[in-house]
Design a protein around this ligand. Sequence first.
Ligand code: PMV
Length: 335
Amino acid sequence: MFALKKTEIVQKILGERVLPTDASGEAYAPANIALCKYWGKRDPELNLPVNGSLSISLQERGTRVSMAPSERDTLLINDELLAADDPKHVRLFDFIDLFRVDSAPALRVDTQSSIPIAAGLASSASAFAAVVMALDRAGGWNLFARELSILARMGSGSASRSIYHGFVEWHPGVLENGMDCFAESLYLQWPELRVGLLALNTDTKKVGSREGMNRTVRESVLYQCWPDTVSRDLAEIRTAVQERDFTRLGAAAESNACSMHATMLGCRPPLLYWLPETVETLHRVWGLRNDGVSAYATMDAGPNVKVLFLEREESALREAFPLLDVIQPFASVEV
Ligand code: PMV
């Protein structure tokens, strides 16, 4: 059996629909933070994950993308023009090429991000989700959310979840073509929930999440424990969210994040995204908990820490971390 190509999936979803020569469109997608993490692929070409995951979208923190026909492909990130051989330019237009046939135009793509790029703060998830949504508008395709999710997933796995606001679950699926591998909204509100971002170090990371997870699957014996860990954590996190049980949610999310990082430490040589300030922050969060403040930490493929807490703890958290960027995932704000 030959591996399926991304272009075949795009064709399956778009059918006769194409990108018109005057294609232009704009869209916004939020960044998301996984409460139960995606780490490892069952198919690296289509970004099909080994396990399901569950996230919370960051409302006004995300990426706005606008695109319009242009003489040549051009990418601007936060008003800065990228060279045509810049890896971000190449990765984005390789992705956009999946949607362009014959007479499709060269495009100028303008992205404005309200979240630090490539520092484990999920900027690529919101960028790829917004690109797919902007293409959908530019083409007048009116795709279903789950189709947008499948397409965004092929740009970056976690982008499948950034199609939605609020709590989102990404199903791993079992099909080889990934048509059952998409994210869905859980349609649950939790207005008191807060996510605090601590940008401890925003340098571009040395090992991207794609390489990091591929290495872990390949090299780490500890990865064998991961699928079982996730089945337990995912069920627990889903229930905790449904029951608005914050202690249960925080404890399971923090443990899931630490277990994911533990799998990376089993690589040879070990892979460690944490910096001294990551560890220091973890101890401070645990210290707060000892003092009765209900706060939990989660970390992605980078050194930065996200703190989960409820509205009533906000002043204690701001006092402990003056630079904390507090997000209200369920606030109604203009994005
Ligand atoms: O979507 P990617 O390839 O950037 O991988 C994201 C991986 C984690 O952020 C570490 C976990 C997750 O579920 O978002």
